[in-house]
Write a protein that binds this ligand. Structure first.
Ligand SMILES: NC(=O)c1ccc[n+]([C@@H]2O[C@H](COP(=O)([O-])OP(=O)(O)OC[C@H]3O[C@@H](n4cnc5c(N)ncnc54)[C@H](OP(=O)(O)O)[C@@H]3O)[C@@H](O)[C@H]2O)c1
Length: 321
């Protein structure tokens, strides 16, 4: 019987969210954890979080878009039994408003980064005839995600990659698992969420829709998102399994969306999302006109206190702190 005994676990994107929590839980479960993050300025905070949780992990700097950084870490740490490709980014905006550079950055991080890491650790796993690669994809890799097309496309690709290499690596005892969470309250939908450079471009046919989408996210989606703990716990459970399933859909919203798809109700789901979006656009327009009217009242004769539209949050600026 094939049996994997994962020991050394390498995780990417551990400065916050799923990565941070998975590093903590995996270390608490007794694995030898290499928690990596791209930004050296966040290293102290990660060490402190680990210390406070009573978890011991080795912290390394690794940018998944930088092949040299991947190689340096692997050279330092030696063989890896489990790779958790967790790092990911999001740039919101219609596909017309997201620039080529922004879309490429999403793909480099969410697709080519995990591929590079898998390619770097797989030869050692093949040689040792055991190993586990966990790719953190998304519900957005299973269904469409308007105003997040580059993200959804990169996650679809990551799922396709996982499904394909799973079969290639099977004869060598190396398992590949795809994890597909729905919305969870981590920094990717808060401080790390980035709006495309042209998100508030009045010339864009999507000007109102971008804003409506953001309103929907802020008012309906983010407040209802689940906490991230369960995802981290599930990833650690998968690390401990002899025979993990090929993929795990995580979170009520994601399971619900997948169930609807299976029942052939994908078109109904799209209609539902569309009608919520339209409602949010109308609400946002109404809100803006009310704001304008209030300003006209209070600033008779003088220019508005704040220019219209609201100051654009562009690349690198947070959606919500
Ligand atoms: N939360 C959700 O709703 C949700 C749903 C489905 C899937 N996911 C996926 O879950 C994974 C983890 O995200 P999260 O939700 O935990 O969000 P998060 O808190 O924003 O964590 C993302 C992590 O990725 C890191 N990262 C970004 N670019 C990187 C790079 N080039 N190299 C190395 N690390 C990099 C970030 O580092 P910095 O601190 O330096 O930016 C951060 O540590 C992502 O792949 C995301 O797509 C999240």
């Amino acid at each position: 019987m094939e049996h994997i005994q994962p020991k050394r676990v390498l995780l990417t994107g551990c400065s916050s969210g799923f990565g941070l929590l998975t590093a903590i839980h995996a270390a608490q479960a007794g694995y030898e954890v290499i928690a990596t993050l791209r930004n050296p300025a966040k290293k102290t905070a990660l060490n402190e979080a680990l210390r406070q949780a009573g978890a011991t992990a080795r912290v390394e700097i690794l940018d998944v878009t930088d092949p040299a950084s991947i190689q340096e870490v692997l050279d330092r740490i030696g063989p890896v039994d489990v790779l958790v490709n967790n790092a990911g980014i999001l740039v919101m905006g219609s596909f017309l408003d997201v620039t080529d550079a922004e879309a490429q950055r999403v793909w480099q991080t969410n697709y080519f980064g995990p591929v590079a890491l898998a390619r770097a650790v797989a030869p050692g796993m093949i040689q040792r005839r055991r190993g586990l690669i966990i790719n953190v994809a998304s519900l957005a890799g299973l269904v469409g995600h308007p105003f997040n097309a580059a993200y959804a496309a990169s996650k679809h690709a990551l799922i396709g990659f996982s499904r394909s290499i799973r079969m290639e690596l099977r004869p060598f005892g190396v398992r590949v698992v795809s994890v597909e969470p729905g919305y969870h309250k981590t920094e990717i939908i808060r401080a790390n969420a980035t709006l495309s450079e042209h998100f508030y471009d009045r010339q864009s046919p999507f000007f109102e829709w971008n804003r409506g989408f953001l309103r929907l996210m802020m008012d309906r989606v983010i407040p209802k998102a689940a906490g991230p703990e369960a995802v981290a716990e599930q990833i650690v459970r998968i690390i401990g399994m002899d025979r993990p399933r090929p993929h795990y859909v995580l979170g009520r919203d994601a399971r619900w969306a997948c169930r609807l798809q299976r029942l052939g109700l994908g078109a109904w789901l799209e209609k539902e999302v569309y009608s919520r979006l339209r409602r949010a656009v109308r609400q946002e327009n109404r809100r803006e006109s009310e704001k304008k009217a209030r300003r006209r009242k209070t600033n008779t004769g003088s220019p508005p206190a704040h220019p219209e539209p609201p100051a654009p949050r562009t690349e690198g600026q947070a959606l919500a702190k």
